[in-house]
Design a protein around this ligand. Structure first.
Ligand SMILES: *[C@@H]1O[C@H](CO)[C@@H](O)[C@H](O)[C@H]1NC(C)=O
Ligand SMILES: *[C@@H]1O[C@H](CO)[C@@H](O)[C@H](O)[C@H]1NC(C)=O
Ligand SMILES: *[C@@H]1O[C@H](CO)[C@@H](O)[C@H](O)[C@H]1NC(C)=O
Ligand SMILES: *[C@@H]1O[C@H](CO)[C@@H](O)[C@H](O)[C@H]1NC(C)=O
Ligand SMILES: *[C@@H]1O[C@H](CO)[C@@H](O)[C@H](O)[C@H]1NC(C)=O
Ligand SMILES: *[C@@H]1O[C@H](CO)[C@@H](O)[C@H](O)[C@H]1NC(C)=O
Ligand SMILES: *[C@@H]1O[C@H](CO)[C@@H](O)[C@H](O)[C@H]1NC(C)=O
Ligand SMILES: *[C@@H]1O[C@H](CO)[C@@H](O)[C@H](O)[C@H]1NC(C)=O
Ligand SMILES: *[C@@H]1O[C@H](CO)[C@@H](O)[C@H](O)[C@H]1NC(C)=O
Ligand SMILES: CC(=O)N[C@H]1CO[C@H](CO)[C@@H](O)[C@@H]1O
Length: 630
């Protein structure tokens, strides 16, 4: 008895000292498992925290159309002894109902005019800029446009153009110029004219527009640097235009203040803009067609959300919803219709002959909230029936997964959307949420992010604990990606100086080199750029936690995604028969460490690996890793 007991203790001791015995061994099966959704990783976008105007949209001057509730002279400043005012008696168009009046005192001489200070500064990059403006008033001669340091007065770019303007109508001018790079974001764009020519009188200017290089060189396009940073994630879809910004929250004007697709198309000079849902004006220069060009240029599948009668403070349902259902059908005709249809013809007139390849339509946003739940089943059914009758091949997405807000039987093929803004521990507890879910009920995780610490504190900058918890959650999504069709972190982008909702996936300010990926950005990129077409079964000598994994395959390349949601390093041995080499991507750096603007301390590190069917990986605490081998 005694002897046996001693031997047993020694065996325990020796196994405790052996690092191999403490590790996790994963054996990847080469067959079986779930299908993987090709759309799984994508982007949700709405204009929040100036992610659109002042963010990914290329136009960098602010308040150029005096849009929204209280535009005033926001972002404008006089240059020289002139007086500026918002002039409603000289509207540029029926949509742009004000222009900027520049009054020049008599006797004035020299070049004077006005500045626009952009979205907390104008980004001054070593690049070529396109510049457009309208003017009205008697002036023949030189106009100088410049990029200037607001405090330094350093001129980074200066361009003369000769104009011939009169007082009976606005004239339109375009120019382009190259610029040197500024050291910071404290810059402005200026437009100057010879004051002596205007002394005692005034000139009006409308819809000034300034674009650094655009993504895929599109006219009225996305900022190339900002869009490329997103494209690096290789996302598969874009959900747009919101989010709350699809709805309307303005008191007393709920329904009328919704995002109206038909007021975001055609020439920008014909787009009125609106007070967005996040407390600032939206120019709508990033409109329906621009979203779809974005999808086309970045290889994204569009998920177009349509307004469904739900606003904060006002719900339209029953027969009152009928005109809005018609409006959705008009929108779909604009997007999908042949040029022989009225709205298809309008799309062609706006520059796009081919229909857009839209296959997914989301009906509303978070209809379980703000008293939307009671009527959603009927509103969804009404909209579903109308769309399905005309477009039987479109996939419709309900904006909530809460069955109490949904029709008792959902039509086949309908997806439901669910959103999670949670603590890290909650994300980890959601790891197996879909394991037992009905395989006939496709899921769209349309928004998620770890937004608070486990102690309830607000996360302002994503840290490794939160990003690692998102990775654990994403591993759960990927394991179930036969039914979890798509998932998007949200929000995706912020202007650091103008942000209220944090954390965001990446951000920028007006200085060169400001694009900053959060730790979660790198998780999204690692997961999205290493995707299999099928999920493979994995057998393990331990259960999930603190190490989580999912394996997949594409062609002859095997992927194993790993997350260590724990405070000790872990050794993981991955066995995949017949593989010999590849790479290991690793993201780590400490539980509460974050990336900050102009200070990226955590980014993905890649190393080469080799082994004959077996790879031993040292996974640091709070790390996320991806092994890709063949
Ligand atoms: C899909 O994944 C879930 C969760 O891992 C699992 O329960 C189920 O058996 C898998 N289905 C197939 C077909 O492998
Ligand atoms: C600026 O213009 C005003 C008239 O609007 C004039 O009284 C004043 O002297 C001018 N100031 C300068 C510095 O030229
Ligand atoms: C632009 O015009 C101003 C005023 O006529 C002149 O002083 C300046 O030299 C011109 N700049 C260039 C680059 O032609
Ligand atoms: C005034 O300018 C507009 C716009 O450039 C032009 O169409 C019109 O012919 C001009 N009128 C006169 C009288 O020069
Ligand atoms: C857009 O459609 C709405 C109806 O949904 C209509 O009230 C509005 O006048 C339209 N706007 C334009 C510019 O046609
Ligand atoms: C729907 O899809 C089927 C099969 O792909 C195709 O044959 C049919 O033409 C499509 N119908 C419409 C209305 O697009
Ligand atoms: C409503 O749905 C949202 C998004 O899916 C979710 O975050 C929230 O918890 C739900 N709220 C209620 C009251 O069900
Ligand atoms: C899923 O079902 C299995 C088998 O009934 C059960 O053991 C497991 O706990 C369930 N998982 C979840 C997350 O409900
Ligand atoms: C950059 O961030 C790291 C990690 O949070 C921090 O330790 C360091 O002090 C920061 N550096 C600067 C210059 O702010
Ligand atoms: C309303 C909003 O978006 N919240 C912040 C983000 O940006 C606006 C201005 O653009 C700020 O006023 C908010 O603090």
């Amino acid at each position: 008895m005694m002897g046996v007991s001693i031997l047993y203790s020694l065996a325990l001791l020796s196994s405790a000292l052996s690092p191999v015995a403490l590790g996790v061994t994963l054996t990847v099966s080469k067959t079986g498992g779930n299908a993987s959704s090709p759309l799984l990783y994508g982007v949700m976008f709405e204009d929040i925290n100036n992610s659109g105007d002042g963010g990914i949209h290329g136009q960098v001057l602010k308040n150029n159309g005096f849009q929204g509730d209280n535009p005033g002279l926001t972002a404008y400043a006089a240059v020289g002894n002139v007086t500026l005012s918002q002039d409603t008696s000289n509207p540029l168009s029926s949509a742009i109902t004000s222009s900027l009046k520049v009054s020049v005192p008599s006797g004035a001489t020299g070049f004077m005019g006005f500045a626009n200070t952009g979205y907390n500064g104008v980004p001054v990059l070593k690049a070529t800029y396109a510049n457009y403006f309208w003017m009205k008033g008697t002036y023949s001669g030189v106009i100088t446009v410049r990029l200037v340091g607001s405090e330094s007065d350093i001129v980074y770019a200066s361009q003369n153009i000769t104009v011939n303007s009169n007082s009976s109508a606005f004239s339109y001018y375009e120019t382009s110029f190259s610029s040197a790079e500024s050291p910071d974001g404290n810059n402005e764009w200026q437009l100057l004219f010879d004051a002596a020519e205007v002394a005692g009188s005034s000139l009006n200017f409308g819809l000034v527009q300034l674009f650094p290089p655009t993504y895929n060189d599109r006219y009225n396009g996305l900022r190339d640097d900002v869009a490329s940073f997103m494209a690096d994630i290789q996302p598969s879809f874009l959900r747009f235009p919101g989010g709350n910004n699809l709805l309307s929250s303005r008191e007393g004007a709920s329904t009328s203040n919704r995002w109206k697709w038909n007021e975001t198309i055609g020439p920008v000079v014909d787009r009125p803009g609106r007070e967005g849902d996040w407390g600032y004006p939206n120019t709508d220069a990033l409109g329906l067609d621009e979203y779809l060009y974005w999808c086309e240029d970045m290889g994204l599948t569009p998920i177009l959300a349509v307004w469904d009668g739900h606003s904060f403070g006002e719900i339209v349902s029953g027969s009152d919803l009928d005109p809005y259902v018609d409006d959705i059908l008009d929108e779909l005709e604009y997007v999908l219709g042949d040029v022989s249809t009225p709205y298809g013809a309008l799309r062609a007139k706006n520059g796009r002959t081919d229909p857009w390849p839209v296959k997914y339509i989301e009906v509303g946003n978070e209809d379980n909230l703000s008293e939307g739940c009671d009527t959603y089943a009927s509103r969804f059914t009404q909209i579903y029936d109308a769309i399905h009758a005309q477009y039987p091949n479109l996939t419709l997405i309900a904006s909530t997964t809460d069955s109490s807000c949904l029709p008792s039987t959902l039509p086949p093929g309908v997806w439901t959307d669910i959103h999670y803004y949670e603590t890290p521990d909650e994300f980890v507890s959601l790891f197996n949420e879909w394991d037992n879910w009905s395989r006939d009920r496709p899921i769209f995780v349309g928004e998620y992010a770890s937004t608070t610490g486990n102690d309830g504190s607000t996360t302002y900058w994503s840290n490794m604990q939160g990003s690692c918890s998102e990775a654990v959650y994403m591993i759960g999504l990927e394991r179930n990606s036969d039914i979890v069709k798509a998932a998007s972190f949200a929000p995706v982008l912020e202007h650091f100086d103008l942000a209220e909702w944090s954390p965001d996936l990446y951000g920028l300010d007006s200085s060169p080199g400001s694009l900053t990926g959060s730790t979660s950005y790198y998780v999204q990129k690692m997961f999205s750029t290493n995707r299999g077409t099928a999920i493979l079964p994995v057998t393990s000598d331990t259960g999930f936690g603190p190490v989580y994994w999912v394996a997949s395959v594409a062609g002859s390349t095997y992927y194993v995604k790993l997350a260590n949601y724990g405070s000790s390093a872990e050794t993981v041995t991955v066995e995949i028969e017949g593989t010999s080499s590849g790479k290991l991507e690793m993201l780590s750096g400490g539980e509460f460490i974050s990336n900050y603007p102009h200070n990226v301390s955590i980014s993905t590190q890649t190393s080469d690996v080799s082994g004959s069917g077996s790879f031993t990986i040292s996974l640091p605490a709070w790390a996320v890793g991806v092994l890709a081998v063949s």
